[in-house]
Design a protein around this ligand. Structure first.
Ligand SMILES: *Cc1c(COP(=O)(O)O)cnc(C)c1O
Length: 372
């Protein structure tokens, strides 16, 4: 193998290029008709009534939190084993994150531990659909209902993920949040989308992305907002990608199936588990390297690199251990499942740009270096 096998590869074809050219030639390059079309089609795809486009997944989370009324002195529950944006968006809204540990098998929030974390300040839960597999929304929505909490789905890694007979990511909570960052399953370089069935979330989101402007009277501002608008140029790319979501996801899923079939018997290497009723879209293919494996994790990753295979740790540090969050009062040992995961996980290339030979090469290389 001459070429390096990378962790991600944006899938850009003729359609994306000509869609961008069309926008450039139209003369409307900022937020315009293509953003609107993206919003309609995104909602259709996710099975929600509405969608609102913004300029990142982080902006989507911040906007969604604002739109369900999260403010200072509220607390919002999420896990410490996620991308930093899940937590920073809570801080951006003025609220306080409250952490709940993850499940060992799925790396998603352990719904059985949520109730203990709820107190009179709790207003919302942000479940994260980590690596492309949905969290346990049946249990989470039951708890949220009983305690009058909003559910903001962090589905940034999970467009097209399903459970309950085809119900899609973004359609379970008060609002769903997606990222169109370059490495995500569909992308436009940067970008984000909020999905919802709630008209008031739509209204508040559209105002919030436009400096808090009163959407019925131009240049009248009702409250603090931000410039979270995206552009027709990016929306044109996203729209083209959206049409290919299932195709791109299916390629990830078939790559993942090969990896799992051919790696599952290796001692000390734990392949990802997809629960019975779920369709994971494998944003990442994440294994655990445990003590029973022939090498430690960093040796394993070095060997892969020597063989021109990239790998990555998502995420190397559980968020409750960052010093900038020390005011929250957490310490190491508080979330043992998250802490163990951050010591053991390694994500392998699974993106749709890989062909069968690439995936077979990854398998052969891992079998060789693990003496399996
Ligand atoms: C990518 C991602 C985000 C943030 O998206 P950006 O578009 O990078 O702002 C949030 N949460 C998770 C879990 C992500 O993977």
């Amino acid at each position: 193998m001459k070429e390096n096998i990378n962790m991600a590869q944006p899938m850009i074809g003729k359609a994306e290029k000509s869609a961008v050219l069309d926008v450039l030639e139209s003369g409307i390059v900022a937020q315009g008709p293509v953003v609107k079309e993206l919003e309609q089609k995104f909602a259709d795809y996710c099975g929600t009534k509405y969608a609102v486009a913004v300029n990142s997944g982080t902006a989507a989370l911040h906007t969604a939190l604002h739109s369900v009324g999260i403010k200072e002195n509220d607390t919002v529950i999420t896990t410490p084993f996620t991308f930093i944006a899940s937590v920073n968006s809570i801080l951006m809204s003025g609220a306080k994150p409250k952490f709940v540990d993850i499940e060992y098998d799925t790396f998603n929030i352990d719904a059985s531990k949520i109730e203990d974390a709820i107190d009179e300040t709790t207003r919302a839960i942000i479940p994260v659909d980590l690596y492309g597999q949905l969290a346990d929304y049946d249990a989470i929505n039951d708890i949220a209902g009983e305690n009058n909490l909003s559910v903001i789905e962090d589905s940034c890694q999970a467009i097209g993920a399903e459970m309950n007979d085809g119900k899609k990511a973004g359609s379970f909570g008060s609002a769903g949040c997606f990222s169109l960052y370059a490495t995500k399953n569909i992308m436009s370089g940067e970008g984000g989308v909020i999905t919802t069935d709630d008209e008031s979330v739509v209204e508040k989101s559209k105002s919030f992305r436009q400096h808090g402007m009163d959407m019925n009277s131009e240049y009248q501002y009702a409250e603090l907002g931000y410039n979270y608008r995206t552009t027709d140029i990016l929306a044109a790319i996203a729209l083209t990608q959206l049409m290919k979501t299932d195709e791109l996801n299916n390629k990830r899923i078939s790559n993942a199936e090969i990896l799992t079939e051919d790696l599952k018997d290796i001692p000390g290497l734990i392949v990802p588990r997809v629960l019975q009723d779920r369709k994971s879209v494998f944003h990442q293919y994440t294994i655990r390297i445990t003590d029973n494996f022939s090498l430690n994790r960093s040796e394993f990753m070095t060997k892969l690199k020597e063989n021109k295979i990239s790998s990555a740790i998502f995420y190397p540090r559980p968020i409750h251990t960052y010093p900038y969050l020390s005011d929250l009062g957490y310490s190491e040992g508080d979330f043992p499942v998250s802490e163990q995961a951050s010591q053991e996980v390694v994500s392998l290339p699974v993106h749709p740009g890989l062909n069968k030979d690439n995936v077979d090469y990854v398998v052969e290389t891992i079998r060789k270096i693990s003496n399996a």
